[in-house]
Design a binder for this molecule. Sequence first.
Ligand SMILES: *Cc1c(COP(=O)(O)O)cnc(C)c1O
Length: 296
Amino acid sequence: MSLSTLTSQLTLPSPLQPFTPDWPGAERVKMWVKRDDLIHPVISGNKWRKLEATLSALPETCRSIVSFGGGYSNHLHALGYACNQLNLPLTALVRGNYTFSMTPMLNDLTAWGASIQFVDKKTYAKRDDADFHADIRKAYPDALVIPEGGSQQSALTGIKKGIEEISQPFDIVLCPVASGATLAGISLAMRRHQKAVGIAVLKGQGYLEALVQSLGASEAERWMIDHEFHFDGYAKCNPALADFCEHMSETQEFAVEPVYSGKLFYALRTYLERNVFPEGSRLIIIHTGGLQGARR
Ligand SMILES: *Cc1c(COP(=O)(O)O)cnc(C)c1O
């Protein structure tokens, strides 16, 4: 199928839904959830936004794709499906060895015809090094290499476009932060009076700010990262967060998972309790999708 056929199957612009939980402090502000999780059952959330520009401008010489991720990676999942639909061979370099413990995500990749190569953690740590990339180019000369999470400069365009879909006036946009590309893209769309607030989902004080800056979000007054809600690290969870996610999924129109959106909405509930936003603030919360990653 062509990219335009694939794109025609996506729900774009994604819906913007009012959010009125019965949380203390919620009545003082106005909130909407930008449902990027509804863009597509598989290529959902920020992963579609981040891949859009790359897939629309594949170099003439590109005959296949090589990319990276963990065993539950939302990025590899979205990319694997897209490559299958577009008839582009994908090689997925996966951190760790899941030969005898295949995850649902890896089983999907296999079903979609991707070639999965398990990479030990030491080698995987070199995924952004020039030497390692030279080796990949030698092994896959006609491949386009997409970094982990799809987080490259070109990813920012699609993220920014998502914010430009919002016609409703707003003051603050909230999103989760892992590689920083989503926050960087959002911050590019902020006007002078607006602010993007990122909730770090991993321990990365300083490091995450540097990532966002290196992606080109230089106007530091337009964004910030809160490091209070990472729950001790990437994919780490505790009973309070697990209960919160379960309760959210039962009482709201949408589900959240503990890796990304759960931490985001947990932070939001805490902010409302503490009255951190001026009365009447208009908040947009980006639901970045990722529910497949919670399958076990
Ligand atoms: C990848 C991912 C993120 C993190 O986005 P970054 O651009 O890497 O900061 C957030 N939410 C979900 C659901 C994701 O899959």
